[in-house]
Structure formats: C-alpha cells, structure tokens
Ligand binder design. Structure first.
Ligand code: UD2
Ligand code: MN
Length: 382
C-alpha cells in the first residue's frame, strides 16, 4: 500500500518536473524571439537611414522619442552628399538605347525615410560657397531642387529677407540644402536683397519675395525664413500645412521656448491660399520689430490658427549677431499692432509697389535685388 502511494507521489513529482521543464522551455522560446525581433528592428533601423518611422511632423507627441545626433556631417548618407533616392545622374535620363516609359512617380512619403533627426549645428568653422556647391551636386541653377524618386505635395518657395549678411547666407545654404533634400521637398531659394541704406523692411521684402517667386514657378507654398536661423532637427518639415505654420518655436536665444503665445517670428510658412486670405504681409513696418505680430494678428483676425511642430522638433540655432545698421527698433510698432484690423485690408500684397533692379540665378540660390523705398516722413509733433 505504502509502496503504491510512494510510486504515485513519485509519478506526480516527475510530471511536475516535466511541466516545469516545458514551461521553462516555452519562456525561453518567447524571450529568444523577443530579443531576436528587437535586434532585427535595430538592424533594420540602421539600414534604413536610422530614423525613418519616427518622424513627428504633426506636432502631436508620440509615445517614444529617439533622437539621433548626426555628429559627423549634416547630410551623411550612404553615398557622400546624396539624399536617399538620389543619383548623380538624374534618374529621368534614358538609359542607353531604351526609350523611357514615363512612369508616374509615387507620392512622396509623409515621413521621408532618409531623415536623421537631431542635428549638430555650429558656426565656428569657415564656410565657403564652393564647399556648399560641392556638397549639393543635385541642386540646380537658382537654388532649385526636386526629389528624383517621388512626387511632393507642395511646391515650396523659400524667401529670405536680406541685406549685408553674406556670411550668414553661406551657413544657411550649407545646412538647409541637405536638410531640404532629405525632406524630399520640391523647392527654390529666393534671397530678397534690399538695395541702398535706407531703413530695413523685412515684411515688405517678404511680399516682394512672394511676388517674384511666382514669376519664376508655380509655387503653392511659401516659407519665410531669417537668414540666420538653422533648424536643429530635420523632422521639422519645410512644407505647408492646413493652417499657417510657425516653424521656429524653440530658439536658443529664447532658451528653447516660445517667448509668448502669439509669437510668429523667425521662420513661418503659408500656402498661397492662406497668404492671399490675409492680404499678404504689411508693407509699412520700417525698422526692427512688430511686423511678425502684425502677421499673427492677420492670421487670427481671418479665422485661422497657427500650427506648430512639437517643441522637441521645432528647435533652432540663431547665428549670433549685433543689431544691423539702419534696422533700429521701430518706435511705432506698439501702436501699429493694435490696428491690424483696420490696416490689413489696404496695406498688404494688394498695395505692394517696388522697383525690381536685378534677378540673378546663382548655383545655390536666386538673388533678387530691389528698391523698396523708405519710410514716410514722421509727422511733426505739436
Ligand atoms: C527677430 C525675429 C525676426 C523678426 C525681427 C524683427 C527671431 C529669431 N527673429 O529677429 O523674424 O521678427 O526680430 O523685425 O526672433 N536682415 C538682413 N539685414 C539687415 C537686417 C535684417 O539681412 O540689415 C534680415 C535677416 O534675414 C535677419 C532678419 O532680417 O535674419 C531679421 O533681422 P535680425 O536678425 O536683425 O533680427 P532678430 O534676430 O531680432
Ligand atoms: Mn537674427
């Protein structure tokens, strides 16, 4: 009897041990496949240009954020100076004797796979236009570029107000061309150069840029950028959005924060439709300040909202500089921004006048030199 019981107990113990072994084996298998799939994921991420699927252009924060600092070179790709999908020989050229069958290109992906995320931006090394040219062999005359392997949704004119900032321009072109190419943007760069030494007028130059760029190509999106502002993350996509876009939301000079809720300075973008809805920008802000707030007012007064990227992505470096000569703070700016509602209908793209002096296409940008006049004489007090 007791032997029988002993036998049964032993049998139970054996079964238990067997079950435990099976369980152990199962857990091992699960762990093994889990680790294997993670490794596989890591490898595929490296192969795919490191950060393809983690782009967050909508502004909504996603669960995880991985930042890939590109420390070596801002446009590092498998082939030097080429963005994903680029070849040195344009892909549209027929190969040998075959007549090309015009294949419709697929739309460009919303999250371009060749992006690298966070970038290291510095201004200590010397920059030359020759270097910029060499690093961007696929940019065509006038600073134009179109991705060879997909069809972008927007055709973007990038407008830069300018006077005597040649050194800043070199850095801007050095950093921005590779970023824009990786972003798969169809774009052109327009430098709007104010001739003479009268008071600077940023917003009027931007209106000129809009008008002149449209003479060059059928743009439907306009991005207005200071010459000294460089994005620190290539996931900040330079195209247009459902609402007017403010790109430069976290600048080093403001401690990487938005200085105030209605701030719209630095880099902004409007579709053609949005730009026309607000009658473009004001022409009557001479000197430093206020014009960006006036533009913000125009947007909200016309029933639109400003859209912005995630604060971790909308980071910028500004090249340090002194206030330029003939761009002193405009003392009228505080009064003027109280009056946008009354002034915006008569002062804007509809009332723009200027004298076009020269349009010159350089390899990396188009230079448009203009005379835009000077501020009206101040009414004498008393
Ligand atoms: C801030 C805003 C800018 C604008 C300005 C007020 C930032 C980063 N930017 O710029 O968007 O609202 O205040 O007007 O906060 N420029 C020349 N030559 C000149 C003067 C100006 O090229 O002699 C151009 C250049 O593109 C420059 C831009 O105008 O980046 C703005 O002028 P700024 O850089 O002197 O003014 P800042 O940095 O205070
Ligand atoms: Mn500046």
């Amino acid at each position: 009897m007791s032997r029988l019981m002993l036998g049964r107990t032993l049998e139970r113990i054996c079964k238990g041990v067997l079950l435990l072994c099976l369980l152990h084996f199962l857990i091992m298998m699960i762990l093994y496949f889990d680790v294997y799939s993670q490794r596989f994921d890591i490898f595929s991420r490296f192969n795919n240009g490191r950060n393809g699927s983690r782009n967050n252009s909508s502004g909504a924060a996603s669960g995880h954020h991985f930042y890939y600092y590109n420390l070596s070179r801002p446009n590092a790709t498998s082939a030097p100076y080429l963005a994903a999908g680029e070849q040195l020989v344009p892909s549209s050229q027929p190969d040998n004797n075959h007549t090309p069958s015009p294949k419709p290109l697929p739309p460009c992906p919303e999250n371009p796979p060749g992006l690298v995320g966070r970038l290291l931006i510095e201004f200590s090394s010397q920059m030359t236009m020759e270097r910029v040219q060499k690093e961007n062999p696929n940019v065509t005359e006038g600073g134009r570029y179109k991705p060879p392997d997909c069809r972008p949704r927007w055709k973007v004119a990038i407008i830069i107000p300018f006077r005597h900032r040649e050194n800043h321009l070199k850095y801007w072109l050095h950093y921005l061309h590779p970023i824009l190419r990786r972003q798969k943007i169809d774009y052109g760069i327009y430098i709007i150069n104010q001739l003479g030494e009268d008071t600077f007028n940023r917003a009027k130059l931007l209106n000129v840029g809009y008008t002149e760029a449209l003479k060059d190509a059928e743009y439907d999106c306009f991005i207005f950028s200071d010459v000294d502002l460089i994005p620190m993350d290539d996931r900040n996509l330079y195209h247009c959005y459902d609402q007017p876009r403010h790109f430069a939301i976290a600048m080093d000079k403001f401690g990487f924060r938005l200085p105030y809720a209605g701030y719209f300075g630095g880099v902004s973008g409007l579709s053609k439709k949005q730009f026309l809805k607000i009658n473009g920008f004001p022409n009557e802000y001479w000197g430093w300040g206020g014009e960006d707030d006036d533009i913000y007012n125009r947007i909200t007064l016309n029933g639109m909202k400003v859209s912005r990227p995630d604060v971790r992505i909308g980071r910028y470096r500004m090249i340090k500089h002194e206030r330029d000569k003939h761009n002193e703070p405009n003392p009228q700016r505080f009064n003027k921004i109280q009056n946008t509602k009354n002034t915006m209908k008569k002062d804007g793209i509809s009332s723009l006048t200027y004298k076009l002096v020269q349009v010159k296409k350089y390899p990396m940008y188009t230079n448009i030199s203009v005379e835009i006049g000077k501020p009206p004489p101040r009414p004498i007090k008393g």
